[in-house]
Ligand binder design. Structure first.
Ligand SMILES: Nc1ncnc2c1ncn2[C@@H]1O[C@H](COP(=O)(O)OP(=O)(O)OP(=O)(O)O)[C@@H](O)[C@H]1O
Ligand SMILES: [Mg+2]
Length: 439
């Protein structure tokens, strides 16, 4: 008899489930990954409860999506769910439900209902302590008794899914999980989660993503969308949008770029609005590319290696959209919070981004200058709107000037560049004008 050619090396459930807890989620990102699932399941409402109750505290994420059959539910709890995806679906790895949940807690229970008519629930629990003890990939079937009362309330009317996180070891402090500090910690997480969801799902909340409007609540409060491009601000400038056809490693698709210069503080409709639009990371670090995958924001702030963050360009923000057919090219990570802009695309983006930054810098400087001169009251925003088609020669001159400006910034010699422009404006105003450098 010939000896068998293969030996089974099934992973150790106990070891692997523990190590997969640390693949890059924080609390808000973990909740967002579950909201992705709700969106894919066609949900219109997602309610999140972060309930403080000492060591029994729990987090609940309930949606009114299509729910899962019993076999789908079991499959859903497998690391590496076996299934196919349609284009534009937010899921990709078959991992999120497990890895996101267990990055924050030791036990996740899923209750689901697929039929509007029949109030039948399927419930399964994935518990790290059970897996650890048995070293087996198993789920338990607790029945509805295993669920907090509030979870059941969500599934009395129609279809949907409720996820419950218990044994919140990564959320509650080890010492005194019943104390005031633990409570405040949970409250702070609820706040951060609200901000995070308002940003990453803003298109869904506004009804411009995914083909329907989504309503999310956190502890009963509606999550408001936070649109990084301040669409309601009249003094905002929008540059022409661009499309790039890219083919990278056998994958082809379209990437869209939309560019905006946000108004400087005195041109915002209200100072509070300016504060609000500064965003979670504040103006400087919120400048840059906002990368959307199938309408869901997956990366924000900074220029993805195209240029550095700079105080002068803090009013520049741009959206970059790709669809799931380019996932491989963008290297989306499991936690869906990081992508890599492919080198080929980065090169294509350089010019339009530098143009945007140059305009943002202009807007910033104008304000700084008028403030320096002590102008009383807000001056009118200088119209920086796109001026329409130019002759190729004029466009080439402006491009050259733009490249010079960008190079000066990159070389850290921007102040010197501005002094040169000032002299040029005095000595040869027509040339400065032709180069688009005049004020
Ligand atoms: N709220 C939900 N409603 C209906 N089905 C769900 C829900 N959550 C998960 N599922 C099912 O469980 C499967 C596994 O979910 P999981 O988040 O682990 O992986 P995924 O979404 O397929 O991929 P990714 O790892 O990128 O998130 C999903 O593909 C979906 O079929
Ligand atoms: Mg998922």
């Amino acid at each position: 008899m010939t000896p068998p050619k293969f030996e089974s090396i099934a992973p150790s459930a106990a070891r692997l489930t523990e190590s997969l807890r640390d693949i890059g989620y924080d609390f808000p990102a973990a909740v967002a990954d579950l909201v992705d699932n709700s969106v894919s399941a066609g949900a219109e409402h997602v309610d999140i409860l972060i309930e403080f109750s000492g060591p029994e505290s729990y987090v609940l994420i309930a949606d009114d999506g299509v729910g899962m059959s019993e076999s789908l539910l079991t499959e859903a709890l497998r690391y590496g769910t076996r299934r196919d995806y349609e284009q534009g679906e937010l899921g990709r790895y078959g991992l999120g439900l497990k890895t996101a949940s267990l990055s924050q807690c030791r036990a996740v229970t899923v209750a689901t209902r697929t039929s509007i008519k029949v109030p039948r629930l399927y419930v399964r629990t994935l518990d790290l302590d059970v897996i650890s003890e048995s070293d087996q990939w198993v789920v338990s079937k607790p029945g509805r008794e295993g669920l907090p009362q509030r979870a059941l309330a969500y599934l009395t009317e129609g279809t949907g899914t409720v996820i419950v996180w218990e044994k919140l070891d990564r959320v509650l402090p080890e010492r005194r999980p019943e104390g005031g500090w633990a409570r405040r910690r949970l409250e702070a997480m609820a706040k951060r989660t609200t901000e995070h969801l308002g940003m990453v799902f803003h298109r869904f909340l506004e009804g411009t993503g995914g083909g329907r409007r989504l309503v999310i609540t956190v502890n009963g409060e509606k999550v408001e969308s936070w649109n990084p491009f301040a669409p309601g601000e009249p003094a905002r400038t929008e540059l022409p949008s661009q499309r790039f056809e890219v083919t990278i490693g056998g994958l082809s698709g379209t990437v869209r770029l939309n560019r905006y210069v946000l108004p400087a503080k005195e041109h915002f409709s209200a100072p509070e609005q300016f504060e609000y639009m500064s965003g979670p990371l504040k103006w400087n670090r919120q400048q840059g590319l906002y990368i959307y995958r199938a309408d869901r924001l997956v990366q924000w702030g900074g220029w993805s290696g195209i240029r550095a963050i700079d105080e002068h360009t803090k009013l520049a923000r741009a959206s970059l959209d790709f669809d799931t057919d380019l996932d491989g090219a963008f290297n989306i990570n499991v936690a869906k919070v990081r992508v890599t802009v492919p080198v080929q695309l980065r090169q294509m983006l350089e010019r339009p981004i530098n143009e945007l930054c140059s305009r943002a810098d202009e807007a910033y400087r104008k304000t700084a200058r008028s403030t320096d001169k002590g102008t009383s009251g807000p001056s009118l925003p200088r119209q920086t709107a796109w001026r329409g088609p130019e002759s190729p020669e004029a466009a080439a001159m402006k491009d050259a000037a733009l490249a010079l400006r960008a190079a000066a910034m990159q070389a850290g010699e921007y102040a010197a560049f501005l002094r040169i422009v000032e002299v040029l404006e005095k000595e040869a105003p027509a040339v400065a004008q032709d180069l688009g450098l005049g004020t």
